[in-house]
Design a protein around this ligand. Structure first.
Ligand code: NAD
Ligand code: ZN
Length: 342
C-alpha cells in the first residue's frame, strides 16, 4: 500500500510502498479515505527536537482520518465491513489506575497513533476495536476526517460551563476557530478570539465570533470597553501556546474565572502568579479528548446545527502531500485535507 513515511531521521516525509497492516483478533482494518494534517505532523516533517526524541524511524505517520472498515478480527462483534469510522488517536493500556476507573484519557501509558505506532497517512490502518468511533450517516466525510482536532476543541471548550458567559480564546488556529464555533453553539454571550495573523482572524469571523482581535493592534482592556464588559472574561481557552497571549489573557479574566489550556508552549513559561492567586483563577490543562464523551458531544452538536466545515481551507490528493505541508507551513491555512482514494 502507499503510505507517508518518516523513513529517514532528517527533515521530510516520503510517499512509499509499504506492507499493509494485518488485523489481530481484537483489531479493525480500515481503508483510509480522507486525512487531516495536524501541527504534530509538521513537527515530525520538520524533524525538530521533540520529533527526534519521540518518533521511531521508519514510521507511517498521521492520526486524523476517516475511513471504511474492510475487515474485523475474530473477537470483534460491534463493528462491520462497510461502516464509516474514525479512530481515537490515543491507544490506552486498559490496566493502569485511570483506565480501570474508566478515565481512559488519563491513561499513564498512552500510545499515540502516528507518533508511537503506525499511523493513518496510508491506504490502510489497523486499530484496536476499543479505538474505533462509528459515524452515523449524517456526518459528512470531510467533517468526520477532522474529528480528532475537533475533539481537542470540544474537550477544551466544554471544560467549563459557557452558557451566558463571556469567553476569550487566544489563538485562531484551526482548533481555536472550531472552539469558537463550539462555545457559540453552547450559548456563550461574547466570544472574543485573538491572533496575530489577519488571515486566520478572517477565517474565525466565519465561525460567528463576536470579535476577532489582532493582538498586535488592540489590547483586550480596550476590547472589554468596546463590548461594555466590566469585570473581565469568565472563561478563557488558551489555544496559541504563546506566553504573551496567555499573559494578556490572565490580565483580562474576571475574579473566579476558569481557564482551559490546550496550546503547548515551546518551553517553560513565566506568568504573574499573583493574578492566579488573588483573582482565584482555575487553570486546567487539556490533553486529547475524553473517550468517548467528547466524541458523543461532537456528534450531537453537529446534529443540532454546529457547522465546522468553514475551517477546512485546502484539499489535495495524497500524492500532493508536499502542497499540503506547504499550506500548513504558510501559517495561513485552516485544516488541510489529503484524499487517499486516488
Ligand atoms: P496553530 O499553531 O495552527 O494555531 C496557533 C495560533 O496561535 C496561530 O494562528 C498563531 O498565529 C496564533 N498566535 C501566535 N501568537 C499569538 C499571540 N501572541 N496571541 C494570539 N494568537 C497567537 O495550532 P492549532 O492546530 O490550532 O492548535 C492549537 C494549539 O493546541 C497548539 O499549540 C497545538 O500545539 C496545541 N494542541 C494541543 C493538543 C493537546 O492535546 N493539548 C492537541 C492538539 C493541539
Ligand atoms: Zn492506562
Amino acid at each position: 500500500m502507499k503510505a507517508l513515511v518518516k523513513s529517514r531521521p532528517e527533515p521530510g516525509l516520503w510517499l512509499e510502498d509499504v506492507q499493509a497492516p494485518e488485523p489481530g483478533i481484537n483489531d479493525v482494518l480500515i481503508r483510509v479515505l480522507l486525512t487531516g494534517i495536524c501541527g504534530t505532523d509538521l513537527h515530525i516533517h520538520d524533524w525538530d527536537a521533540w520529533a527526534q526524541a519521540t518518533i521511531p524511524v521508519p514510521l507511517v505517520i498521521g492520526h486524523e482520518f476517516v475511513g471504511e472498515i474492510v475487515e474485523v478480527g475474530s473477537n470483534v462483534n460491534d463493528f462491520h465491513p462497510g461502516e464509516i469510522v474514525s479512530g481515537e488517536g490515543h491507544v490506552v493500556c486498559g490496566r493502569c489506575r485511570n483506565c480501570l476507573a474508566g478515565r481512559r484519557h488519563l491513561c499513564a501509558c498512552t500510545m499515540g497513533v502516528g507518533v508511537n505506532r503506525a499511523g493513518a497517512f496510508a491506504e490502510y490502518i489497523v486499530l484496536p476495536m476499543s479505538n474505533i468511533w462509528k459515524h452515523n450517516g449524517r456526518v459528512n466525510l470531510e467533517t468526520a476526517a477532522i474529528f480528532d482536532p475537533f475533539g481537542n476543541a470540544v474537550h477544551t471548550a466544554l471544560s467549563f460551563p459557557v452558557l451566558g458567559e463571556d469567553v476569550l480564546i487566544t489563538g485562531a488556529g484551526p482548533i481555536g476557530i472550531m472552539a469558537a464555533g463550539v462555545v457559540r453553539h453552547a450559548g456563550a454571550r461574547h466570544v472574543v478570539i485573538t491572533d496575530i495573523n489577519p488571515k486566520r482572524l478572517a477565517l474565525a469571523e466565519k465561525m460567528g465570533v463576536t470579535l476577532a482581535v489582532n493582538s498586535t493592534e488592540i489590547r483586550l482592556a480596550e476590547v472589554q470597553k468596546k463590548l461594555g464588559m466590566q469585570e473581565g472574561f469568565d472563561v478563557g481557552l488558551e489555544m496559541s501556546g504563546h506566553a504573551s497571549a496567555f499573559r494578556e489573557m490572565l490580565g483580562n479574566m474576571s475574579h473566579g474565572a476558569k481557564i482551559a489550556m490546550l496550546g503547548i508552549p515551546a518551553g517553560e513559561m513565566a506568568i504573574e502568579w499573583k493574578q492566579v492567586i488573588f483573582n482565584m483563577l482555575t487553570v486546567k490543562g487539556i490533553y486529547g479528548r475524553e473517550m468517548y464523551e467528547t466524541w458523543y458531544k461532537m456528534t450531537v452538536m453537529l446534529e443540532s446545527g454546529l457547522d465546522i466545515k468553514p475551517v477546512i481551507t485546502h484539499r489535495y490528493s495524497c500524492r500532493d502531500y508536499k502542497k499540503g505541508i506547504a499550506a500548513m507551513h504558510s501559517g495561513d491555512s485552516g485544516k488541510v485535507i489529503l484524499d487517499w482514494r486516488n
